[in-house]
Every structure is written in C-alpha cells, then in structure tokens.
Write a protein that binds this ligand. Structure first.
Ligand code: PFF
Length: 522
C-alpha cells in the first residue's frame, strides 16, 4: 500500500521548522555557559572549524538521507545499510526519546520560573529555603525560588502542560508544526534582537561584555577540551545525531536543494546563538555577575539575577525572558517528538493519535520523575547544590556520548556501507552548489575519525573525573565498595529511564498494533 507522505506547504515552513529545532535552550544558555567555560574568544575558532567540517556536512547528510528515502531515520538507515543501519536508527530514536523527557523537564522548570517572575517572587533579594543546604543559609532570590519550587507540586503541573503543548503542536504533523513555527520562530528572533540591543547599546559597559565573546585567547586553542566542547556544542545545537533532521527532511519534495537547506539552517542557528551569547554576556558583565559554566545555573539563577539588576520592569522583562526560553525550547522539543512519532508510524503503521498518546504518557511519567528533587540530585538535601547527578548524567549522555556514537555510525553506514557517492549524487542533482570529493573525505574519514577520538577522550576524561567522584561519593552513600559498582548505582536513574521508555513503548505498540496504516493527509 502506498501512503501519501505528508509534505511541508513551503520551503519557508521547512526552514522555520528545522531552524526552530536547532535554536533552543542550547543556543541561549548552553552556548553561553560553554563559551564562558572555554574562555570566551577561545571558543570561536574551534567552533567554526567544527561547524564547517562537521556540523554542516552531517546536516547535509541527514537532510539528504531524508530527502532521498522520504522515510524517518530508522527506516531510511535500513535502506542505506540494512539491518545494522536500522539498529543505528533506533538507537538514535531512543536517544531522542530520552532527551525529550529531559528537555521537557527543563522547560517545565522554565514555566515554573516564568510564573515566579510574573509574580515577582524570583526577584526578591534572598530566600531561605527550608529543605536544602542543611545550614539554612539564605540564597539569592532566583536560586531560592527555584529550590522551593522544585520541592512542590508546581513542576508536575508544568510537565503536563509542556507535554500537552508538544502533543497539540505535533497533532497533525507538518500541518500543525508549520503553523506553530511560523509564529514562534519569528517571535523568538524579535525577542532576542530586542534583548541584544538593550544589552549592548543601552547598558553602560554592555558592549565590552559582548566583546568578551570575540576576544581571542590563544592559550586555550591548544587544549583538547576546548575542541571537544566545540564539537559537542555544534552537534547538539544543530540537532544532529537524533534522527530529527532526517524526519523533517523526509517531508520535503524529493527535488529539494539540501545543501542550501543545510547551510541556511546552520547559519540561522549559529547567528542566533552568537546574538544570544552577546546579549547574555553584556548583562552579566555590566553587573559583574560571574557567569556559571553550569547551564542550569545560568538559565535559572544567573540570568534572572542579571535581569533583576536591569533598569527595566523585572516582572515584565523576566516573564518575557522565560517565555522566550519556552518558545525556543518548544520548537526544539516538538522536533524530537516528531522524530519519534515518524519512526513509530513508518515502522508499525500506527496511527499518529495512538503514537502521540503513548509518547504523552511515557513522557509525562518520565519528566515528572526527572523533576523530583531526590532524582535531580541525591545530595541536594544536604548540600543545596544543584546538578551533580542527573544533570551531569544527561549532559554526559546527550552531549558527549549518545549523539556522537550515532554520528560516527551514521557516517560509517552512509559513507562506507551505502557508499557516500550515492548521497552526494542525490544532493548534487538537486543543488546549485556542487559537493566535491572533499565531501567524501569528510564523511568517510575526517568526521568519524575525529569524533571517535573525542568519544574516547570523553570516556577517559569522564571516568577520571566524574566517574571517580560518583564512584567514591555514592560508594559512601550506599555503603558500597568504591569504583565502578558505585558509579553504576549512581547512574540508576538514567538506566531506569531507558528501561521505562523501551519497555512501555514496546508493550504499548505491541498491544495497540493495527493492521492498516492511517492515511495521513498532506
Ligand atoms: N538543538 C536544540 C538546542 O540547541 O537546544 C536541542 C536539540 C533539539 C537537540 C532537537 C537535538 C534535537 F534533536
């Protein structure tokens, strides 16, 4: 039976959706956190090398795969590389599912913080949180509000709301996604441009803050960690390695210029990222607020603290900031959801409604669990510090491991098993710009080679630092011998999440398997 595949109404709709996927929390807060951690100007050379040598070619490949096969990632990968290829595809979809659960948790907290900003509770000077820190020391407003909030029921309500928004926006696939991104994506550009103009030109000294981002730092160039950080940032910010871009491109007409699409999407994303970085650095610099390398601290504590210092109405400005985060985050999370839904529909011929219902239940339960304080960090109660465990584990997994493994395997399947010439020929046939033999070299050698190196580096580094930390901290906590066993115990929340997602999705799809496919109208 041939089913008519849904299609974007216009190329513009696709570019808005793809760039909306790319532009998200990663651009607004993770980028600033990384740029700070890696020494401001030290970051941009490795960043642009990673963008042009890895990011854009992988995006061309992911778009090309979607356009050529007009299938979601696992099925497209099966066409490229047989059963093994399909497994790589499903591994990417599992990652997308896990990361969507985490991403929605972050967005639920964004909603909670937005409500706090609206009611001015975030902007009080100090809050004494009654359940963390042991010492009962007062905390700065945003931090105190955050800890108080996550101990209550508000995050549960917010999780349900954010997941419901995801389901509503993806309800009729490209049709509803296109409607949403046409409003959301321009909105976030306008908001970010206002923010940067305010930061750079209306704050005394703001311009110097923005310049920190562009001031070169030669020493850092020799550090491997800066290169590793740039590559991970590029892959994550461009939404690569999760099958998302292939799913979106599969809704394009076969004869689409994928090189042009990939370059446009990447440049829009990175442009937004640098504007966001300049805006955030300007505010932090003017008020001498130490930026935090931790993304979460940056997003929930540091920037709101900067907003409190701004000569503007905090309630309005703060609410607008969290609204911007929510809108930018939603256009990203829906792409993760769509990647999962498209894959399940292509494989199991299940109706979109059924798959969305399953995704909603799995997602809500998963995100609620992730938002619980004890899961966020088993040490939270005693130390009052956020982000040791779950945040690190997710970061480690999504940034440093899962998507890099997928990207390497993708290059092997497409570059070697299928043959990179096939995809290059398809892309070139429809493109104004001709990809030369250099593209083959990148996909077959340079990208998998450098990513493998980074993967090993991350593994060793992580094991040396965090692994040892978990190994000993959690060994003491659970009365276990120090070492790998304690690390595994520390990783139990993530392992449990994987089991929950795979188990429930499998059972639900099996129980509801249908004989015919739903006809999806374009
Ligand atoms: N690119 C998004 C960001 O920068 O926040 C995050 C993301 C969305 C990653 C979708 C991967 C993905 F498939």
């Amino acid at each position: 039976m041939t089913e008519q595949r849904a299609q974007w109404k216009s190329k513009m709709g696709f570019i808005l959706a793809a760039s909306g996927s790319a532009i998200g929390l990663g651009n607004i807060v993770v980028f600033s956190g990384n740029a700070y951690k890696f020494g401001g100007g030290a970051f941009y050379l490795p960043y642009f090398v990673a963008l042009f040598l890895i990011g854009i070619p992988v995006m061309i490949m992911e778009f090309g795969l979607g356009g050529m096969t007009r299938k979601s990632f696992p099925i497209a990968m099966r066409q490229a590389g047989g059963r093994a290829g399909e497994w790589v595809g499903w591994f990417a979809i599992l990652n997308a599912g896990i990361i969507s659960i985490w991403y929605v948790t972050l967005l639920a907290w964004v909603v909670g913080m937005g409500l706090g900003a609206m009611t001015n509770k975030v902007f009080v000077d100090t809050v004494t949180v009654d359940w963390v820190g042991g010492t009962g020391a007062p905390m700065q407003g945003p931090q105190g509000y955050f800890f108080q909030m996550i101990a209550g029921w508000l995050p549960v309500v917010c999780v349900i709301v954010v997941w419901a928004l995801n389901v509503i926006i993806t309800w009729r696939g490209t049709q509803t996604i296109e409607k949403a991104v046409k409003v959301f994506v321009p909105l976030m550009w306008v908001a970010m441009i206002l923010l940067v103009v305010q930061g750079l030109f209306f704050l005394d000294g703001g311009f110097d803050g923005g310049k920190v981002l562009f001031t070169p730092h030669k020493e850092a160039l020799g550090q491997l960690s800066v290169w590793q950080g740039s590559v991970s940032q590029i892959l994550f910010t461009l939404s690569l390695g999760f099958g998302v871009m292939t799913a979106y491109a599969s809704y394009l007409p076969k004869k689409s210029d994928m090189t042009h699409n990939a370059v446009t999407t990447s440049l829009l994303n990175c442009g937004f990222e640098w504007i966001a970085g300049a805006a955030i650095f300007s505010i932090l610099f003017v008020y001498a607020i130490e930026p935090k390398a931790s993304t979460l601290a940056m997003m929930y504590f540091t920037v709101p603290w900067g907003i409190k210092a701004l000569p503007v109405n905090h309630q309005v400005f703060g609410t607008a900031f969290f609204l911007l985060l929510l809108v930018a985050g939603l256009t990203s999370s829906i792409s993760l959801v769509e990647a999962v839904v498209a894959a399940a529909r292509d494989k199991f011929r299940a109706s979109r409604m059924k798959v969305l219902a399953i995704v909603f239940v799995i997602g809500v339960v998963g995100s609620v669990l992730c938002s619980l304080p004890t899961i966020v960090d088993q040490d939270l109660k005693e130390t009052g510090t956020l982000g040791l465990l779950l945040v690190d584990l997710f970061g480690h997994w999504s940034f440093d491991t899962g998507l890099i493994i997928v990207a390497i395997l993708e290059c092997i399947v497409i570059g070697w098993v299928m043959g990179v010439d096939k995809i290059r020929a398809y892309v070139n046939d429809n493109s104004r710009f001709n990809l030369g033999l250099w593209f083959n070299a990148l996909i077959k050698w340079v990208i998998p080679g450098s990513l493998s190196y980074i993967l090993i580096y991350n593994f060793v580094e992580y094991d040396a630092k965090k692994g040892a930390l978990y190994g000993s901290t959690y060994a003491a906590k659970f009365g276990l011998p120090e070492g790998p066993l304690a690390s595994i115990v520390a990783a139990l929340p993530i392992i449990a999440l994987v089991v929950w997602v795979v188990g429930t999705a499998g059972v639900a799809l099996w129980l509801t398997r249908s004989k015919g496919a739903e006809e999806e109208t374009a």
